[in-house]
Design a protein around this ligand. Structure first.
Ligand code: NFE
Ligand code: MG
Length: 504
């Protein structure tokens, strides 16, 4: 006999992701992932001026809006046949880089770490260690007494085996608070070139509208300097400390073990080299990514339509009473296969391609320190580690991109909107592979389809009855106490799901 457990909502981020699990003999035997709302951005866009798309699609989300804006202008660059000036490419990378940094920091410290760190430690600590007493006074001086007397947003929580080491707990709590400031700093850094955050104003087809000046270069450099120090001296060591304390989580939450990356951060305007390359890892084999193999299957989603459709033919026709449906997410598939997307997919593809050169040594060093293999990365803790390493690689590369900007030179190109055109914007959001498919007729949007990272990861079963990536990752997870299924939340949150994006 199995017992059904519903965790709803499961994320600490916008949106309504509900997870239903069946547990037998203290193990998850089956899981269903459910997106519980309809949004309708693809419907809203039909008939509008295509230039509205990069503004409207940013409203899909408050965490990764830059990526939606980026996918939209990439689709339009292609539809209008535009070539970017060098400053335009670099500025886009710097704005997106700032967004990645804030997203990864907020995910680890504010959305996930509380599943591992014991926030109650600070209230309980009565020792004599001057450094820890100093932390208590520091928290008081900052007016952060919430951390001393745990309340919302730290409670309620599931009880479980949290970090035992008091000093580590207290350090992590201090870094949680510092990370709030770092996250704000990353947003300010992005706003230097984007006008504002989170929904940016300067991204346009043809480039970026902000001018490059010595002043905004200098300001970006100095903010980035502080962020890189935080990533190197706090974020990476904290992830390693948590990983050492929870080694089981390199064996829990494996998922389909097939990965896909579209590639992101263009390194040239002449060819399609990108900082993180595209590729797929299917059954352990590295292959080239082919966008023609993408389909979406509505079998178990609340939408009309019986076919698995390519996004160029995709439809969004809600059917809330559909029999057999259990979620508002369609099921994206790659050549019929379930794939995982996100930082782990990007880092594994980069590792196998040995590009960029910084990735393989970073991963090898981490694996050496933890005595693990690349296979162990396909896990709950592997996702956290990959995200942290990626954050470092992006921040380090931003320091080179900002130095390459040319003050006084143009940052965008002119364009006209044709009466009829198609374009696809293929990029990567912090949470994974993101595509926007655009069709223009009579100068207006005729079809707009978004296939989004969390839709890939949290997808439902398809017509072949293959469960989605998160649904697969949950199966086999041990649940020590059915009243406190903290292990399941750790697995799901390692994907950094955002259901507002996933449904769109
Ligand atoms: Ni709302 Fe998003 C990212 C996108 S996830 S956070 O990253 O696209 O589906
Ligand atoms: Mg869609």
């Amino acid at each position: 006999m199995s017992k059904g457990i519903v965790i709803d909502p499961i994320t600490r981020i916008e949106g309504h992701l509900s997870i239903s699990i069946d547990v037998a003999s203290h193990q998850i035997v089956q899981a269903h992932s459910k997106g519980e709302m309809f949004r309708g951005f693809e419907v809203i866009l039909k008939g509008r001026n295509p230039l509205d798309a990069q503004q409207i699609t940013q409203r899909i989300c408050g965490v990764c809006p830059v990526s939606h804006g980026m996918a939209s202008i990439l689709a339009q660059d292609q539809a209008y046949g535009i070539h970017l000036p060098e400053n335009g490419r670099l500025l886009r990378n710097l704005i997106l880089g700032a967004n990645y940094i804030q997203s990864h920091i907020i995910h680890f410290y504010h959305l996930a770490a509380l599943d591992f760190v014991d926030i109650a430690a600070i209230a309980q600590y009565q020792g004599q260690d001057p450094a820890l007493q100093d932390l208590k006074s520091w928290l008081r001086a900052q007016g952060k007494t919430q951390a001393l007397y745990p309340a919302a947003p730290f409670l309620p929580r599931y009880e479980g085996a949290y970090l035992q080491d008091t000093e580590l707990n207290l350090i992590a709590i201090r870094h949680y608070l510092e990370a709030l400031e770092m996250r704000a700093l990353a947003q300010k850094m992005g706003a230097l070139f984007s006008g504002k955050m989170p929904h940016v104003a300067s991204l346009v087809p043809g480039g970026v509208t902000e001018k490059v000046t010595a002043q905004n270069i200098g300001a970006y450099r100095s903010m980035l300097h502080k962020l890189r120090a935080f990533i190197d001296h706090h974020y990476l060591p904290d992830v390693v400390a948590v990983a050492k304390a929870f080694p089981d989580y390199f064996r829990i939450g494996r998922g389909p073990a097939n990965f896909m990356a579209y590639g992101v951060f263009p390194e040239s305007n002449q060819d399609d080299r990108r900082l993180f390359p595209s590729g797929v890892l299917i059954n352990g084999q590295l292959g080239d990514f082919d966008p023609m193999l993408i389909t979406e299957d509505p079998t178990h989603a609340f939408y009309q339509g019986a076919d698995e459709l390519a996004p160029t033919r995709g439809e969004t026709k809600p059917w809330p009473k559909k029999e057999g449906a259990y979620t508002w997410l369609k099921a994206p598939r790659y050549g019929g296969q379930v794939v995982e997307v996100g930082p782990l997919a990007r880092m594994l593809v980069a590792y196998h391609r040995d590009q960029p050169a910084s990735v393989r040594p970073l991963i090898d060093r981490l694996l050496g320190e933890l005595n693990l293999t690349t296979g162990d990365l396909m896990s709950t803790m592997g996702r956290h580690a990959a995200r942290a390493l990626e954050c470092k690689v992006v921040a380090d590369r931003c320091a080179e991109w900002v130095d390459a900007l040319r003050p006084g030179e143009p940052s965008c190109s002119a364009f006209t909107i044709p009466a009829k055109a198609v374009g696809v914007g293929i990029t990567e959001a912090p949470r994974g592979a993101l595509g926007h498919w655009l069709e223009i007729d009579n100068g207006k949007v005729d079809r707009y389809q978004c296939v989004v990272p969390t839709t890939w990861n949290c997808s439902p079963r398809d017509r072949r009855d293959q469960p989605g990536a998160v649904e697969q990752a949950l199966v086999g997870t041990p649940i020590a106490d059915e009243k406190n299924p903290i292990e399941a939340t750790r697995v799901v949150r390692s994907f950094d799901p955002c259901i507002a994006c996933a449904v769109h």
